[in-house]
Design a protein around this ligand. Structure first.
Ligand code: ADP
Length: 422
C-alpha cells in the first residue's frame, strides 16, 4: 500500500478563499491518520483533494512515488465514505455492496459471495436482502463502508462517518472501523471534529486550524505535550485551564509564575525553568488540565490556586468543580493570532512554514487582544474523582501538580518545544 504525502498543498476556493494553506503531511504506508479540528478548518477539503474530488491549487500530492495531483479519481486506488453514506435506494444491501465489483467486471456470483462475507464482518448479514430505507442509520453507514472497502482500496478516506449516529452506535462502529482498517492494512485518513474519535482510532493525529496543521503526533504525544495552546484547548473535556501569567525570577534563579495576587513556582529541575529564568517579566500562558488540580484543605503544598466554588457538576464517575477566581483565564480559540512577544530563541514553531503561495491570502479577522478573558471561561475547572461535602460558595484551595504544567508563549507556542521522537 502506498503512503500519502502532501507537500505545501494549498486550496483556494472562488479565487480568494484560502481554505488550505501550504499544508504538509506524511501518512505512512498502512497508517491510520486522523485530521482533527473545528468546523471550517479545512479537513474535508484536504480529504477531497486526496480523493481527487477537488483540484489542488498549489503544492504536490504523492501516493508513494507517484505524483498524484492530476490522477483521475478512479485511478487513485482510493475509497471514500462520507458523513451520509449515500446508497442506491432501489438496490438491496447485497447489491449496493457488490456494485463496485460488477463495475470492475467481476462475475456476479463471485461478487455476491464477497458482498455476503463483508456483510457478515460488518454485522449486517441479516439485512442483506433489504432495501436501504428499511435500515437504521448505523446499518446504512455499515453498507456504505462495505461498498467502499469491497475492492480492498489501497487508500481509505473517511469524512465524519459516525457523526449522524447515536452514541452507542458510534462507539460500536468506531471500534469496528479501527479493527477493519487494521485488517485491510490500507493507508487511512479519517476526518473528525471529535477528539475522542481521534484518540481511539488514530495512529497519529494532525490537529488543524485555519487551513494549517498546528500539531501532529500520536494521541499520547499531542495530549501530553501539545505544541500550541489551541491544541491543548482542543484536546480534552473539560478544556484545559489556560491562565495568563508573568514570569518572575526570584532568588537563586527560581522561576515563579505570577498570576497577580497568586503565584506558583516551577520546580528548579523543570527544563523550562532554566530557559524562563532569562525572561523575567515575560508574559506566558500556563496550561493546567482539570485533573492536574486537587482540592486541598491544607497549606502543606507550595503551589496552589484559590477561589470560590461557584458550581459542582456531577458526571457519573467524576465531579467537576467550577471555581471563580481573580485569575486571568485565556480562551484557547483566541490565542495565536498576535505575534510572539518572547524572543524567538524561546520558541520553536511546531512545523517550519514555507511560504511560496503569495496570493490570495485568507482575509484576516481583526486580531483579538492577547489572552482575552471571557466571562464564560473565567472559571477554573478542577476534576474530582470522589464526592465532596463542599458546597458553593465555599472558598476553595486547589493544589497544582507542577510536573503537569504546560507553558506557552503569549502567541500560543509551547515554551522550549522539543522535536517529537519519530
Ligand atoms: P471542515 O471539513 O474542517 O469543516 P472544509 O474543508 O469543509 O472544513 O471547509 C474549509 C473552508 O472552505 C470553509 O471556510 C468552507 O466554507 C470553505 N469551503 C469548503 N468547500 C467549499 C466550496 N466548494 N466552495 C467554496 N468554499 C468552500
Amino acid at each position: 500500500m502506498p503512503g500519502i504525502r502532501l507537500d505545501s498543498v494549498s486550496k483556494v476556493y472562488d479565487g480568494d478563499h484560502l481554505a488550505v494553506d501550504e499544508l504538509s503531511l506524511e501518512v505512512a504506508d498502512g497508517e491510520f491518520m486522523v485530521l482533527l479540528g473545528p468546523s471550517g478548518c479545512g479537513k474535508s477539503t484536504v480529504l477531497r483533494m486526496i480523493a481527487g474530488l477537488e483540484p489542488i491549487t498549489a503544492g504536490d500530492l504523492w501516493f508513494g512515488r507517484t505524483h498524484a495531483n492530476r490522477l483521475q479519481p478512479k485511478d487513485r486506488g482510493v475509497a471514500m465514505v462520507f458523513e451520509n453514506g449515500a446508497l442506491y435506494p432501489n438496490r438491496t444491501v447485497r447489491e449496493n455492496i457488490m456494485f463496485p465489483l460488477l463495475v470492475a467486471g467481476e462475475e456476479p456470483a463471485e461478487a455476491s459471495v464477497k458482498a455476503a462475507e463483508l456483510a457478515r464482518i460488518l454485522g449486517i448479514e441479516n439485512a442483506i436482502d433489504q432495501l436501504p430505507w428499511t435500515l437504521s442509520g448505523g446499518q446504512r453507514q455499515r453498507v456504505a463502508i462495505g461498498r467502499a472497502i469491497v475492492r480492498r482500496p489501497e487508500i481509505f478516506l473517511m469524512d465524519e462517518p459516525l457523526s449522524n449516529l447515536d452514541a452507542t452506535m458510534r462507539t460500536e462502529l468506531r471500534q469496528e472501523i479501527g479493527a477493519m482498517s487494521k485488517d485491510l492494512k490500507a493507508t487511512t485518513v479519517y476526518v473528525t471534529h471529535d477528539h475522542v474519535e481521534a484518540f481511539t482510532l488514530a495512529d497519529r493525529i494532525a490537529i488543524m486550524r485555519n487551513g494549517r496543521i498546528e500539531d501532529a503526533g500520536t494521541p499520547e504525544q499531542v495530549y501530553a505535550d501539545p505544541g500550541t495552546a489551541f491544541v491543548a484547548g482542543f484536546l480534552g473535556t473539560p478544556r484545559i485551564n489556560l491562565i495568563s501569567a508573568v514570569v518572575r525570577v526570584t532568588a537563586h534563579h527560581r522561576v515563579a509564575l505570577d498570576f497577580g495576587t497568586q503565584s506558583i513556582s516551577l520546580p528548579p529541575v523543570d527544563r523550562r525553568s532554566l530557559i524562563l529564568s532569562h525572561h523575567d517579566g515575560a508574559t506566558v500562558i500556563v496550561g493546567i488540565r482539570p485533573d492536574a488540580l486537587t482540592l486541598t484543605p491544607t497549606t502543606e503544598t507550595d503551589n496552589w490556586l484559590t477561589g470560590r466554588l461557584r458550581a459542582l457538576e456531577f458526571h457519573g464517575n467524576q465531579w467537576f468543580a467550577f471555581i471563580e477566581s481573580d485569575l486571568n483565564l485565556v480562551n484557547p480559540d483566541l490565542v495565536g493570532q498576535p505575534p510572539p512577544t518572547l524572543p524567538t530563541t524561546l520558541v520553536a514553531p511546531p512545523t517550519p512554514h514555507r511560504r511560496s503561495l503569495r496570493s490570495p491570502r485568507r482575509p484576516q479577522p481583526p486580531e483579538p487582544p492577547p489572552c482575552t478573558p471571557t466571562h464564560r471561561r473565567s472559571d477554573l475547572i478542577v476534576q474530582l474523582d470522589a464526592p465532596t461535602s463542599l458546597r458553593p460558595p465555599t472558598p476553595i484551595r486547589a493544589a497544582v501538580d507542577p510536573t503537569r504544567l504546560h507553558l506557552f508563549t503569549q502567541s500560543g507556542h509551547q515554551v522550549a518545544r522539543r522535536p517529537r521522537k519519530p
